[in-house]
Structures are given as structure tokens and as C-alpha cells.
Write a protein of this length. Structure first.
Lengths: 141, 418
């Protein structure tokens, strides 16, 4: 059984609390982008593409019906967006569909990155989360 | 004369530090630790204290509806409102204040023209000529008009440096052309278009021209009579005025022939259920209670610019643009987008290996406000093959120190993301 969402979110918060300046948090976020479960180039198509006004995202969802969990892979052409996508995937990956569908993102508040998940930013992340939740709802009974 | 020519002796009267001190918003830090460097003036400008004070004074002591009351406050408000119209007429050298119609802004003005004037000149099978560098606000209203009338859109292309292909103008201005709509200055590239030549060519074929002056009115002297524009529209908020107020200038003959845009109070002569007669221009186009405080304060903003000296401010901004261009050109891995011979106030650029969103987000954290993305010019970005650019845009209160801060910020951005 994978770790609960709250535990993973807390882990993220703990990691980010190691940096006492914003520059360190940004550098770490950019590094995290490299840890994203990378979507296959061949899977970058209209189905996985999310158009943001400012940056683009690709997100793919797979359902494992043996374990009743979702698996995500993704990418973005902007590094900050990619880092945040990696963070969100890290928290939601291998979680049951109900958990994904109802997930909150308070941990982004705690690490001071919440503003990136607003529609005002137009970076596609909010659409990405909506898409992940919508896919998740397809597998909830 | 090219705008980028550095005046070796900028007008001595123009003191950017004194101008800067008039704008309270410029004197602040963001994110607790970053002094604000405001370089997003093409999106909106900051406001001088006199404009803020004028709005406050209106609401504190003068608030009343215009053109309706016999009482003292209403007469005072009506007078201030019409005086502001006279100031704006002077600002663009309109022949008389009746040809200056208040709007919500450039977008509103363009929609008014497309809705009201458009159908009087555009018929099925006709063509509306735009350019490849237009803002969405100067594309979409015309597409909607084309859809309604059965007309089609033609597009004057640009060169790689971001200048209009005037050599294609003769081809595109055809018997079918019913209307030309073109920006005076490009919001995404800063290119100053040869508006006189285009208007002359269009008029030679009897075609009216609508000029989007959103990016020119704040930065350059504008003379709508000398350019012979049929319509010239701009926004207050980009020229030190309030949001939600703008101007549509139109030639008297057009304004008189056009039907009203919206119906309601203040735009009528007489109303009965059998029929209604409309007020004269400009009030025919100003239905309902207008943005009174906005119009009055925009008058103050225009006065402010006229007092500072438009030619002086333009010369100063040209010099600053030239300095900024040289400094950005010297940065390795930076490519300026839009290198027209004649430009105003805008520096659009891309960085090798750095996405504009990353750059904009990081610069913002450093206190440097720029705009990133497609700047509401998706067709232009498609033409240039770019997902977007980073845009720094200047105003008369910016200084070389602001440009230096931007250059330093770009270096740090490249270090982090490159």
C-alpha cells in the first residue's frame, strides 16, 4: 500500500522547509522537475496536451485495476511549471482514484507556491489538476 | 526621423526623477524585499498623484450625474466632464470635441466601430484588411463583423524584423477592400507603423481606416487630422489615466452617419413608444451614466503629459529605448524580437534555453515586473514561430537604473535556468 497523500504532502513541506530563502526553494523546484515520471515523447499528443496561456503541459493517466491506483506521467516546456507538476504528481501518483478526485493542495500554501496553482497564472497547472481529477472520477464508483 | 535616434542633448527641461516622484506606486517593495522595477507599461501605466487626487476630489465633493440635473453639483460635473473632452480633443488634435467619444477603452472603441460603422461600409463579399501584428482586440471584432456580413479578412504580412510588408499593400488593397484596421504601434514588438502611407494608400481607393492607437497615444504626439485617420481609438489607463475610460475619435461625417451603438438614457433626443430620435454626436454614443470620474481624471492625465511636454517625453523615451536596446543586445543568449527601424517603448525578447514563463516568474520575484506570453497577439507569435516572448515596456518615469536592474535580472535568470 502506498503512503497516504497527507504523509507525502508533509514530506514535501519538510523538504522545502530546509531552505530559508526563496532562491533555494526555486532552485530545488527546478531540480524536482527532473524527477517527474516522464511521459513518452510518442504520447505527447492532443489527448495528453494541456494548453496554458503561459506554458504548456502534457499529462498522462493510467489506471492499475489490480491495485486500484492511478499512475501519472507528464512534462512541461517551462521548468517552474515542470517542477510543480512533478510535485503534484509525486503526491498523487499511485493513489486510489477517490483520493485523487478529492485531493487538496494546502501543502502548496505551506511551501509558498500556491499562487502558481491559480488560473491567474495561466500556466496550465490548474487545468492539469482538473484533468487529473476528472480522469480519477471516471474510476470511482 | 527614426525614433531610435539618440538625441545627444535630450531636452533639458525633462527630469525623469521629478516625473518618477509624481507616481506613488513606483516607490514600493514587493515580496517584502524587492524594490519594484515597473516595466509593464504597455499593459498599463502607473498613475501620477494629480490623477489620483482628481478622482478623489470628484467623489469627495463633486459627485453628481451629468447632463441631467439643474442643480449646482450636476452642472459642475457636466462642465468638468465636457472640459475633459476638450482636453482630449486637444491631446490628439481633433478638429472639435464633438468628434471625441468616451468609451471604456480601446477594445470598447473598436467594438463600437465594428458594430456601428462596420455594417454601413462592409457588405457580403467585401474584404477587411488587418495586419499580422494586430492585438486580438483589433482582430476579433472584425472577424465577428465579417461573420455577420459575409465579408472576409485579409492580412498584411510582416518581415522578420517586425515591419509591415508595404510591398504587399497594393496586392491586398483591392476593389473588394471595404475597411482597413491597423495598429499605430505594435504592443508586442514596439514597431511604429507607417500609418500615413497606409492611410494615403487606402484613401486613394476610397477605403476608410481605423487606427488602434492604444500604444501610440501614451508615447508619441498624435495628430489625427494630419494622419487623416477615419477613426483613432485609445485607452486612458496606458497613458497615466484611470482604467475603464478611453476615447474613440471619428470623423464628423462618419459619426453623424453611424447608428447608435447602445440605447438608453443620455443618448436620446425624444423618446416615445412610437419612435425615438437620438441626441447629436458625441452623446449619441454615450448611453447611460458614463464613467464620469474616469473621463475627468483622464483629462487630468492628458494635461499632465501636455505639461511635462510630449516631445520632450518622447525624446527621453527614445533615448532610454536606445540605451535598453544596446544593453540587451550585449547579452549573450538573448534575442530581441522586433527590431524595426522605428520603434516605441517596447523591448520583446527571448532567451536561449529559458522559457518566457520561467523568466517572467523569476524576474517577478526579483521585483521586476515584465509581461510574458503571447501578448494577446497569437497570430503574430505563430508567424514568428515563438510560444511567446518576455516584454519589457518603458514609460517616461523609467530610468537607466531600471534598465540596469532588468539586465542584472536577466543575467541571474540565465544563471538559474540556463
Amino acid at each position: 500500500m502506498s503512503k497516504p497523500l497527507e504523509e507525502r504532502a508533509q514530506r514535501v513541506v519538510d523538504e522545502f522547509s530546509m531552505f530559508d530563502d526563496w532562491m533555494g526553494r526555486y532552485e530545488y523546484l527546478i531540480e524536482l522537475g527532473d524527477t517527474i515520471p516522464a511521459i513518452d515523447e510518442s504520447e505527447k499528443n492532443d489527448d495528453t496536451y494541456i494548453h496554458g496561456c503561459q506554458s504548456d503541459i502534457w499529462i498522462q493517466t493510467e489506471y492499475d485495476d489490480n491495485q486500484d491506483v492511478l499512475r501519472f506521467s507528464g512534462d512541461s516546456n517551462a521548468k517552474i511549471t515542470k517542477g510543480l507538476a512533478a510535485l503534484i504528481i509525486r503526491v498523487l501518483d499511485e493513489q486510489p482514484p477517490e483520493v485523487v478526485a478529492n485531493a487538496g493542495f494546502d501543502f502548496l500554501d505551506t511551501i509558498g507556491l500556491r499562487e502558481h496553482l491559480t488560473s491567474q497564472r495561466n500556466n496550465g497547472l490548474q487545468s492539469m489538476v482538473s484533468e487529473m481529477k476528472q480522469r480519477a472520477r471516471q474510476y470511482t464508483s | 526621423m527614426p525614433a531610435t535616434t539618440p538625441p545627444s542633448t535630450a531636452a533639458p527641461a525633462f527630469d525623469p526623477e521629478a516625473i518618477r516622484a509624481d507616481f506613488p506606486a513606483l516607490d514600493q517593495t514587493v515580496y517584502d524585499d524587492a524594490p519594484l522595477v515597473y516595466l509593464d507599461n504597455a499593459a498599463t501605466s502607473q498613475k501620477p498623484q494629480v490623477v489620483i487626487d482628481r478622482m478623489n476630489a470628484y467623489y469627495a465633493r463633486e459627485n453628481s450625474n451629468v447632463h441631467r440635473g439643474v442643480h449646482a453639483l450636476s452642472q459642475g460635473a457636466s462642465e468638468a466632464y465636457e472640459q475633459a473632452r476638450e482636453t482630449l480633443a486637444r491631446f490628439i488634435h481633433a478638429p472639435d470635441p464633438d468628434t471625441v467619444v468616451w468609451t471604456k477603452g480601446t477594445t470598447d472603441g473598436l467594438n463600437l466601430i465594428a458594430s456601428s460603422f462596420g455594417p454601413t461600409v462592409v457588405d457580403e463579399g467585401d474584404e477587411i484588411l488587418l495586419t499580422e501584428m494586430e492585438h486580438h482586440a483589433n482582430i476579433v471584432p472584425w472577424q465577428m463583423l465579417a461573420e455577420r456580413t459575409g465579408a472576409s479578412i485579409r492580412v498584411l504580412p510582416i518581415t522578420d524584423t517586425g515591419e509591415l510588408r508595404l510591398d504587399r499593400l497594393d496586392d491586398l488593397l483591392s476593389e473588394q477592400t471595404a475597411l482597413v484596421a491597423i495598429s499605430h504601434v505594435s504592443n508586442a514588438l514596439g514597431t511604429v507603423n507607417p500609418i500615413d502611407a497606409i492611410i494615403d494608400a487606402a484613401h486613394a481607393q476610397g477605403v476608410p481606416v481605423v487606427v488602434d492607437g492604444a500604444q501610440s497615444a501614451p508615447h508619441r504626439p498624435v495628430d489625427v487630422q494630419a494622419m487623416d485617420a477615419d477613426f483613432f481609438v485609445f485607452s486612458g489607463h496606458k497613458m497615466f489615466g484611470p482604467t475603464g475610460i478611453g476615447v474613440m475619435y471619428g470623423k464628423r461625417k462618419h459619426l453623424e452617419a453611424m447608428p447608435p451603438y447602445q440605447g438608453g438614457g443620455d443618448m436620446i433626443d425624444r423618446v416615445s413608444f412610437e419612435g425615438t430620435t437620438y441626441d447629436d454626436i458625441p452623446h449619441k454614443f454615450e448611453a447611460g451614466t458614463p464613467n464620469i470620474s474616469g473621463a475627468i481624471a483622464l483629462g487630468t492625465a492628458a494635461e499632465y503629459i501636455l505639461n511635462v511636454g510630449r516631445d520632450e517625453m518622447h525624446a527621453y523615451e527614445s533615448d532610454l529605448l536606445d540605451y535598453a536596446t544596446r544593453r540587451l543586445e550585449a547579452i549573450e543568449g538573448l534575442r530581441l524580437i522586433g527590431t524595426a527601424e522605428e520603434k516605441t517603448s517596447v523591448l520583446s525578447f527571448v532567451l536561449d534555453d529559458v522559457h518566457p514563463y520561467d523568466a517572467g516568474t523569476f524576474l517577478d520575484r526579483l521585483g521586476i515586473a515584465v509581461r510574458t506570453g503571447n501578448h494577446c497577439t497569437e497570430p503574430l507569435m505563430d508567424r514568428l514561430g515563438l510560444p511567446g516572448t518576455i516584454r519589457a515596456s518603458l514609460a517616461g518615469y523609467n530610468t537607466r537604473a531600471d534598465v540596469d536592474a532588468l539586465v542584472e535580472g536577466i543575467r541571474k535568470t540565465q544563471d538559474l535556468f540556463g
